[in-house]
Design a binder for this molecule. Structure first.
Ligand SMILES: Cc1cc2nc3c(=O)[nH]c(=O)nc-3n(C[C@H](O)[C@H](O)[C@H](O)COP(=O)(O)O)c2cc1C
Length: 227
């Protein structure tokens, strides 16, 4: 459907206004004395604040991967585990992102908490989550999500919406009498084991605070980066 004339004007106006669109940040200082002792505790603290402040999808993170030729891709996934080993998300092991991770074993993920004027980026090697941990998370998923994971050949080209819905009907029939649907063999978790974790707090005049934990042979270092 073609947009009405006024809508066209609004869209054009929004594009013209792009260069002037910015938010003046005014976050409280975030300095070395305020930093928790470990990246894990600091991320847990900020995640807790994102949840209590009502950030939409506070555990959403933008996952960046690259293929074996260095072509980057990014997409949102949900963080489903966070401890000193790293951050965990679940996905299809035959998806484009999993192909990238299998090829390079490396990823970066950013939590974009715009309403808090914060972001956190983790970067490091990836590993598959163990089958017991994957099974425990799978068991918590709603049945509809479990069926969808079986039915969707994630990242493949499909022959229209109807083909997907037919695949879902087929899976519903297959598991109709099964009370506990098992996890598909092509589905599971990835853990990013960070060697860099950067905490970013927006401040006045673009003089933002950037504090980074960096893993070294002698343990973790904390470094401040220019904004
Ligand atoms: C808020 C949000 C959360 C998402 N969470 C996940 C997730 O946890 N796992 C997943 O595989 N895809 C998730 N997706 C879909 C992905 O962004 C992406 O479309 C899909 O994983 C296919 O990516 P790929 O083709 O690059 O592998 C989410 C999308 C959004 C918008």
């Amino acid at each position: 459907m073609m947009p009405e004339t006024d809508e066209v004007a609004d869209v054009a106006d929004a594009v013209v206004r792009l260069p002037g669109m910015r938010v003046a940040y005014d976050g409280a200082p975030f300095d070395e004395t305020a930093l928790a002792a470990t990246w894990t505790e600091q991320l847990q603290n900020w995640l807790g604040q994102a949840i209590s402040e009502g950030v939409a999808e506070p555990n959403a993170m933008v996952l960046a991967t690259a293929d074996h030729e260095g072509h980057p891709s990014s997409r949102t996934v949900l963080c489903k585990g966070l401890d000193e080993r790293g951050v965990v998300f679940y996905t299809n092991y035959t998806s484009a992102k999993s192909h990238d991770l299998t090829a390079t074993r490396y990823a970066s993920a950013t939590f974009p908490w715009y309403s808090l004027q914060r972001q956190v980026t983790v970067r490091g090697e990836v590993e598959k989550v163990g089958s017991a941990e994957t099974a425990a998370y799978w068991a918590q998923r709603p049945r509809g999500s479990q069926l969808g994971a079986w039915a969707s050949p994630q990242s493949r080209i499909v022959d229209g919406r109807r083909a997907l819905e037919n695949a879902l009907r087929g899976i519903e029939r297959r598991f109709g009498d099964v009370e506990e649907i098992p996890a598909p063999p092509h589905w599971g978790g990835w853990r990013i084991r960070p060697d860099f974790v950067e905490f970013w707090q927006g401040r006045e005049d673009r003089m933002h605070d950037r504090l980074r934990f960096r893993r070294t042979d002698d343990g973790w270092l904390v470094e401040r980066l220019a904004p």
